[in-house]
Design a protein around this ligand. Structure first.
Ligand code: ADP
Ligand code: MG
Length: 299
């Protein structure tokens, strides 16, 4: 394409909130035939809410939440924010400004959960892997609650108090309304869709089924997401990664075209070649169409 065509293409993108960082990004985007999607905040709205709380020990709901919130107020994860918000709402009826006990020795285990001491009890909140790593036995009824959550495309979170499972929370994060249609349009454009998430396999597969994605990688740490991108490139695909989080940035860099979506974190925006300013998945198609139009004019 001529420099003028690239300038026009970039300009048209900007008017629609599609920021293209230079001609090279646009050129690569016209060859893309595979898109790797992050889940939370990319395919989903990214505003998770607590939909179920099940207790498996003799403990009152307020006491249970006291421990969970004391630890989760220290975490930046969207799941942690959902839990704190849920507990604050529940406590509002009882007291004006609910207060939570202090947590000490707080640790965040990336992609797995959180751990701390609250009122001399060891509290661990996170996924099944985290519990298994601490040799915590998961009772059958807790397993069933987790499985049911996963079937519903929700994320099940386990809570252990002194190495005993005390409860399970089910967290729901709605799909973006256009997700299914966008995947189907990409399909018709002969562009393969892949889901890459740090969430568990059950939830990931349920989400993928709902939107029509066949290739899934779950329980994926940031480097594993990037490795998946590289593997797809090795098998001949020109790959776009779409994500919003810090944990997506290695994959955004590895991809032929990294797209940061929505009010993504600064680090994701920095790592990307194209920024989709609005949170709309449709803008992926707009960006690719624009690239195709720009780079077919000269042939
Ligand atoms: P995602 O790709 O969905 O953003 P992450 O790698 O951030 O995934 O987290 C993976 C999983 O680790 C979550 O689905 C959750 O089960 C668990 N997890 C992470 N942080 C927390 C937390 N603060 N509280 C509870 N669970 C957490
Ligand atoms: Mg995300």
């Amino acid at each position: 394409a001529t420099p003028t065509a690239v300038m026009v293409g970039t300009g048209v993108g900007a008017t629609q909130g599609v920021l293209i960082k230079g001609g090279q990004a646009l050129e690569k985007a016209h060859k893309v035939n595979c898109i790797v999607f992050d889940k939370t905040g990319t395919l989903t709205v990214g505003k998770p809410i607590v939909v179920t709380t099940k207790l498996f020990k003799k403990i009152t709901l307020p006491d249970f939440y006291k421990f969970v919130v004391a630890i989760e107020v220290n975490s930046e994860h969207p799941i942690a924010k959902a839990i704190v918000e849920h507990a604050e709402k529940a406590a509002e009826g009882d007291e004006k400004n609910p207060t939570w006990p202090e947590a000490r020795d707080f640790v965040s285990i990336s992609g797995h959960g959180v751990k701390a001491i609250v009122q001399d009890k060891e509290i661990i909140v996170g996924n099944k892997k985290l519990m298994q790593e601490h040799n915590i036995v998961i009772p059958v009824d807790a397993e069933e609650t987790l499985a049911e959550a996963e079937r519903l495309a929700q994320t099940g979170i386990l809570v252990s108090i002194d190495r005993e499972i005390a409860g399970v929370l089910a967290i729901s994060d709605a799909l973006k309304p256009s997700a299914k249609e966008v995947i189907s349009i990409l399909n018709s454009m002969k562009i393969k869709s892949v889901l890459a998430t740090g969430d568990n396999w059950g939830t990931a597969n349920s989400i993928a089924r709902q939107v029509g994605i066949e290739t899934v990688i779950a329980e994926a740490q940031p480097e594993v997401k990037a490795d998946k991108v590289k593997e797809l490139q090795t098998s001949g695909y020109t790959v776009t990664m779409v994500g919003d989080g810090i944990n997506d940035s290695p994959a955004l860099v590895a991809a032929d075209v990294g797209m940061a979506i929505g009010a993504g974190t600064d680090i994701a925006i920095e790592a990307a070649d194209i920024v989709l300013m609005k949170s709309n998945l449709e803008d992926i198609i707009i960006a690719i169409d624009l690239a195709k139009k720009t780079f077919s004019r000269i042939r």
